[in-house]
Structure formats: C-alpha cells, structure tokens
Design a protein around this ligand. Structure first.
Ligand SMILES: O=C(O)CCC(=O)C(=O)O
Ligand SMILES: [Fe+2]
Length: 350
C-alpha cells in the first residue's frame, strides 16, 4: 500500500504540465482519455443564454430566485466592475501562463515532492487510473488577507498582485450584496449568510488555463463537478467558449456577455438552503484551435464553522435533507472525491 501511495506521489510530482504537451503538439496521452461513455459527444449541446439578473432593480430578488431554481447560475452585467478592469484580470492571467515554464514553476504546488492545494500546477493524483483534466491552473487563497501566501503570488506581470488584490475587494463586495438578495429570496434575514460566513470566511482564486487540444472529443478541460463553495464568481474567457452546465439532465453550453460576471452557487448553498437551491454540475470542454482562460473566485464558510440547513427552511413539508458538519470535514471529503470525478454532496445527505 505504502509503495502504491509513494508511486502516486511521484506521479503527481513528475507529471508534465498540459501546456507543455500542447506546445509540442502531443495528442492527449492515455491518462487524459475518458472512457467512451463519459466523453463529450460531438453534436453541439443546445446553447441557451444563462439568465441575466439586473442588480439594483426592484425585481432582482425574484430574478435571482428563478435563475437559481432553474440553472443554479446567472450572469450579472451591472456589477460595478469596469470592462477595462475585467480585461486587465484576463491580461494578467494570460501573461502569467505565457511566462517560461521555469518562471511559473517558482510558484509550483509541489513542494519537496508533496502536493499542496495552493500554487501553480494540476490536480493531485490520488488513485491509480485517475483521469486527468486538460488544464493547468494557479490556485491562491486571497482571503483572509493575513493568511495569504504571498510567496506564491506571481511578481510577473508586475501588476499581478495589485490587480488580484483589487479584484478580491470588488468581488467580496459583489458577493456580500448577492448573498443578501439570495437570503431575501429564501425569506431569511438578509444577513443570514454574511453572519454565518464570519470573519475568517475564505475566498480562493483559481486561474484556469485550458491549452488548445487536438482531440477535444476525448478529454475534459475540467471534469463534471459542482463547486464546494457557498457561491462562486467566474470571469469567463471573452472570446472562447467551453463551459457547459447540466440542466434537467441535459448539457447546455454557457454563453455570457463579454462584460458579464457569471455567478453559480455551490454545495454549501445547496446544504444551507436545505435543497431549495441545487449546486449545478458543470464542466469545461477544450477547443482544437484556441486556448481558453477563466478566473473563478470561490467563496466558502470558515473552516471551523459548522454548516447545515437553515432552521427556518426545515419544516414538516420540507424535512431536513442534509446533515450538519464542520466545514473543514466537508472540504476534506470534497477534495478526495473531486479528483475521482465524484460528488461530495451525496455524503452530506441523510
Ligand atoms: O472555466 C470555467 O469557465 C469554469 C471553471 C470552474 O468551473 C471552476 O474553476 O470551478
Ligand atoms: Fe466549477
């Protein structure tokens, strides 16, 4: 067993970045190739624009409720972030991934052969036969501010840290606003989620880089998953599509305005809303001609916090559907299952 674990450990540590494979024109090697029944099928899934919610309008609460009950996600255009600032975030992302490999490796998520969540890299390899995603990423914890590992924040491009800091402040403000509206839509006190989040609530930034892939029919850019979060803010690529969401058992391409931020709820919201809202399953497919980037800001409750369904959402008509547990215990289960392409929410159900 120990031998097998150390074998897996060295597979994580020694693997090549997807970007290196794409640059040298490699076809995806066997570890990336999906079983036939799991492959993204070629006939393009229907496109349907994810609902647009108008913040500050009198019907924002009803719009958010309807969007979360049907899609689990919505796009926001009047979010208060300028289009030029959104482009700056896209620019620092592209510039970082364009740096020479040895420069990016200074921020590696493998330290002394051990996989860490934070930093530049790929998923951990935790099991023999695990199918890998056609994606490299930079994962950074941005909040609480005093827990930032600044040594993993790129200094190149030189604006990277300042832009990410500013984006953290702006997304936090947007998330706080949206969480009040979501609470109202559930007829909870408007501060229900923010008071639960507490002072040590977490915000993580995941910069995704999906190199072009000669065989998009065989691989995923990002495997089907729901987020572990309370809520996630995605800045999608301006030009290249790839994100798909499961709705009513079917996959839909997600199309958004270039000026939009896309918000989706995660498992913590499904649990706290006692299943009134469902955390959407989504995935990313690759593209033979173009690379794609996205930035996900992932907002979660404090690690020591106990979470469970809101008492006011449990009644005779709607019994308690999920257990209560410590956030950190959920994340541990989530991470193990995520790498295996399995959902953690089933673990939380009664
Ligand atoms: O690339 C995207 O559009 C989505 C990324 C995503 O789902 C994630 O980082 O959790
Ligand atoms: Fe996601």
């Amino acid at each position: 067993m120990e031998g097998a674990m150390s074998g897996l450990k060295s597979m994580s540590a020694e693997r090549k970045m997807v970007q290196e494979r794409a640059v040298s024109g490699e076809e995806p090697p066997p570890q990336y190739i999906l079983e036939e029944s799991h492959r993204p099928i070629d006939d393009p899934p229907p496109t349907s624009p994810v609902p647009v919610v108008h913040l500050g309008h009198s019907d924002e609460t009803a719009e958010i409720k309807a969007a979360l009950q049907s899609w689990g996600m919505f796009q926001v255009i009047d979010h208060g972030l300028s289009s030029s600032f959104l482009d700056e975030i896209r620019d620092i992302t592209r510039t970082f991934f364009k740096l020479p490999m040895e420069e990016k490796q200074k921020y590696s998520n493998i330290i002394d052969g051990e996989f860490k969540h934070e930093g530049y890299g790929n998923d951990n390899i935790t099991a023999e036969g695990q199918i890998l995603d056609w994606n490299d990423r930079l994962y950074l914890s941005v909040q609480p501010e005093d827990e930032r590992k600044l040594e993993l924040w790129p200094v190149n491009p030189s604006s990277f840290r300042d832009v990410l800091h500013e984006y953290t402040i702006k997304t936090t403000k947007l998330i706080n606003y949206i969480l009040k509206v979501v609470a109202k839509s559930l007829e909870l006190d408007k501060d229900f989620f923010s008071s639960h989040l507490g002072d040590k609530s977490r915000l993580n930034a995941r910069f995704n880089y999906y190199p072009s892939c000669s065989r998009p029919d065989l691989v995923f850019g990002l495997k089907p998953h729901s987020d572990a979060t309370l809520i996630t803010v995605i800045l999608p690529d301006k030009d290249v599509e790839g994100l798909q969401v499961m709705k009513d058992g079917k996959w839909f391409k997600v199309t958004t305005s270039p000026h939009a931020l896309l918000l989706n709820i995660g498992d913590q919201m499904e649990i706290m809303s006692n299943g009134i809202f469902k955390s959407p399953v989504h995935r990313v497919v690759t593209n033979p001609d173009n690379e794609r980037i996205s930035v996900a800001m992932l907002c979660s409750n404090e690690l020591e916090k106990e979470i469970g369904p809101a008492d006011d959402l449990v009644n005779e008509m709607r019994p308690r559907l999920y257990k209560s547990f410590k956030m950190k215990d959920y994340l541990e289960v989530f991470v193990q299952r995520f790498f295996q392409g399995k959902r953690a929410i089933d673990w939380a159900k009664f």
